[in-house]
Write a protein that binds this ligand. Structure first.
Ligand SMILES: [Zn+2]
Length: 507
């Protein structure tokens, strides 16, 4: 009863305040106007006229150029009347802070229990016995874990690889790669092509012998054609120091007696083969190069072709094609939206064009994934960058999350260690900017565009659009221009480093 009474009092106060308000509607409370909270720290955020003076419970609060303002209040147990004023406008409401949570009703308890049971049911594996076949852009997962961008990926697979699944849950098949190794693959990425034979023996039915392999120069890349007795799943990884690509092919017994190295190889130094389990064959491709320009792994018949791109002959920006990817787009994907309504997709596209102009002025050929405010799947972006022969791809996004009042900073992300220097160079330049804080550099990042190995790729999360302060910076075209100039400097440094590493220039 006491609480109902206080709400009525607040309602009466609001009515008086609105009555005196000449410009009703500029001051808006967007977050924090709630009945009951269980934490003493309580954020109230909203909009006012750009850079207006906003006062919350007698305390002046900064309003940014976007009009966004926000404050964190320390509540006391019980009623907390909150009054926000700006110019002639004011908003009043009450937030009740309870230190103890209201006990759930029996109905709520039952609903929560049912929801948890349904989730557990979806995650639970049960025995199955089917043969599945990979599709384009199928990928293997290490385990059944999930996070925002999906479980940790091993790598993409070539199309048409058959595997036995012996367990499944709602979303995944557990596939057997070899006698001793399992992986997981999303159900949406495979076709079921049959049932496993009853009482099937993995070694008898599933293991083939590897054959001879050949490496040759195909013009713009070296091809290592690995003879496999069938289309078998593989795990492929590139390493630095020494620079090599290791391909483990599962369900394959080593029987490779011919490893032919044709003359004129530019990327491949030598191929080695060994057996790392009774049914797993490892091919190690040692590389002559120090920098990486991408590779692909695809079956042609029963040959697994590893195509390793040559280092561009004259490593200068003007000789390269740079792919720029503006994240999100179209009516279905705004990306993150700032408090003032600033949309990530619009900032990304604008920065992509700014970066394009800078790089073109420096002589580079630039290709964009999306060119306007249109929806584009990651697959379409990948295909376009491969088709346009991008030498390096930079994906532009804005970050979001955490507290709008304190979570901020710029960050870069890479998937493969070989591209860490690129992420490092770009981040380094972004951090030379005044007021730009470091959110960090993230490796092995589960972002699909950088998960393919066909091109070097780095993701730039420019700033947090969810931060009130960084939203103001992002809203400023001159600031966005400066950010992209620093991205370009980082890219140029990276290319120069590669040029030195490859012996094309002196230090
Ligand atoms: Zn994004």
């Amino acid at each position: 009863m006491r609480r109902i009474f206080s709400y009525m009092a607040v309602a009466a106060m609001s009515a008086i305040a609105f009555g005196a308000n000449a410009q009703e509607g500029t001051l808006v409370v967007k977050r924090g106007q709630v009945d009951t909270v269980y934490k003493a720290k309580h954020q109230v955020l909203g909009l006012a006229a750009p850079q207006a003076e906003v006062v919350v419970n007698g305390k002046a609060v900064k309003a940014y150029k976007t009009g966004s303002w926000g404050v964190e209040l320390e509540l006391t147990a019980g009623d907390n009347p909150i009054e926000v004023k700006s110019g002639n406008e004011s908003k009043s409401f009450n937030v009740y802070y309870s230190k103890t949570r209201k006990p759930l009703t029996e109905e709520q308890k039952a609903a929560a229990k049912a929801k948890q049971a349904a989730e557990e049911e979806k995650a639970k594996f049960y025995p199955t016995s089917v043969k599945v076949k990979s599709k384009k852009y199928s990928y293997l997962n290490y385990g059944a874990g999930t996070d925002r961008l999906g479980g940790a990926k091993i790598n993409y697979l070539s199309e048409g690889i058959e595997m036995y699944a012996d367990a499944e849950n709602a979303n995944l098949y557990r596939v057997r790669l070899s006698q001793n190794r399992y992986a997981y693959i999303p159900k949406s990425q495979v076709d079921v092509v049959g049932k496993a034979n009853e009482g099937y023996d993995f070694m008898q039915e599933n293991v083939v012998l590897s054959g001879s392999s050949t490496a040759y120069n195909m013009g713009s890349y070296d091809r290592v054609s690995l003879g496999i007795g069938g289309k078998k799943p593989y795990i492929v990884k590139e390493y630095t120091d020494p620079h090599k690509i290791v391909v483990d092919v599962y369900g394959v017994q080593c029987n490779s007696n011919w490893l032919t190295h044709k003359s004129g190889l530019k990327s491949v130094d030598n191929i080695d083969v060994e057996s790392i389990d009774s049914d797993v064959t490892r091919f190690t491709i040692y590389l002559k190069t120090k920098s990486s320009w991408g590779f692909s792994a695809n079956y042609s018949g029963n040959s697994l072709n590893i195509d390793i791109k040559h280092v561009p002959e004259k490593l200068y920006l003007k000789n390269l094609t740079i792919g720029i990817d503006a994240g999100h787009g179209g009516p279905q994907s705004n990306g993150a939206v700032g408090l003032s309504g600033l949309k990530e997709k619009d900032m990304n596209l604008d920065m992509a064009y700014k970066l394009k102009a800078i790089l073109e002025k420096q002589g580079a050929k630039v290709v964009l994934t999306r060119e306007e405010d249109e929806g584009m799947s990651i697959r379409e972006r990948q295909d376009k960058m491969i088709e346009k022969k991008a030498d390096i791809v930079i994906s532009i996004h804005c970050n979001a999350g955490g507290s709008p009042l304190s979570t901020l900073g710029t960050s870069t992300y890479y998937r493969y260690n070989v591209y860490k220097p690129l992420a490092e160079d770009i981040l380094g330049y972004l951090l030379t900017m005044e007021d730009v804080k470091n959110f960090g550099m993230v490796g092995n990042f589960n972002f699909s565009l950088s998960a393919i190995t066909e091109f070097p790729c780095v993701l730039v999360e420019t700033l947090f659009i969810s931060s009130l302060w960084e939203e103001e910076q992002l809203a400023d075209p001159a600031f966005r221009q400066a950010m992209m100039e620093n991205v370009a400097k980082g890219l140029n440094d990276y290319i120069k480093e590669c040029r030195i590493l490859e012996g094309q220039a002196k230090k």
